[in-house]
Write a protein that binds this ligand. Sequence first.
Ligand SMILES: [Zn+2]
Length: 92
Amino acid sequence: MESTKRASGTTLTTGSTVPESGIYSVSHPKHNVPAEVTLVRNQTFPRCSRCDQPVFFELVRSAPALVNVHPSTFTVALYELPDLSINEEGAS
Ligand SMILES: [Zn+2]
């Protein structure tokens, strides 16, 4: 079964390689993660900091110019998506 090659509707999830630099919408209903993130090509899609469930991403706007920025200036490398709904510390 090799029917995973599709021009559109590609599923981008945690652990996948970012195919294109740009702004990605984040889909992860379980936790209140950021709605959009900026990712650079060849990075790995970040995971949720709160669980091991996969996070889904969808390209909103490609921004190839991101790769032209000085590497020293553009050092946004997300590995985890914070849960924005966490207001209490040490609640367990
Ligand atoms: Zn989560």
